[in-house]
Design a protein around this ligand. Sequence first.
Ligand SMILES: [Zn+2]
Length: 244
Amino acid sequence: MSVKIRFLGTGNAFADGGRSHACIHVEATGASLLLDCGGSSLPAIKMALDPATIQAIAISHLHGDHFGGIPFFVMDQHFAGRMAPLAIGGPRELQARSTRAGEALFKDFFGVITPEYGLSFVTLKESPVTLGGAEVSAHPVKHVAESDPHGLRVKVDGKLIAYSGDARWSEELVMLSKGADLFICESTNFSKSDPAHLSYRELMANRTKLDCGRIILTHRGRETQAHLAELELEPANDGMQVTL
Ligand SMILES: [Zn+2]
């Protein structure tokens, strides 16, 4: 048994380096889910797999580069004739914010047409729930508070994947990544201090506190892109695939 992780989008909100918004596909026997689904994710998903095979979406926080793709995904699956249910988990206001975004973008669909497949939303919390065939829990991290920021822990097929979402450094990242086989960590900045995001230098300064296996850097901004050759941790690229 193995767990396949596909990095479909590794960019930040501004698509620095021409990267797609945050979107990671996790697949194992009986499990298929996305971690985040940013505004530009649907084309990135379709480049890699059939969206109909995705059972669930787990959202880290309410910023458009992390959840803005939901209206497109929901609507696409309706017109594609999806029959399998789709579960979407995330912050408490995810359903309301996704619905409002959908209504703003496609007023002729959202609030008018009900997808025939079962569409459900669940609030993710620290106690794990089954989502897309995996056990998923959400843990508060330090980012823009209004976005209700969380990191995710995903247990599937005997492996543990931790994902920071967007987060500046805090000890919460130590707990989030504890025991993970893979820690997917944002690195928006290289060395710049930022109240909302992590820098590579800050991560490395705290590296010894992290009790986890492989670390892969995602959500790379312009500054990190300019220092790629100096990274001692593995950077993710759009389309990259790893197996645990
Ligand atoms: Zn964010």
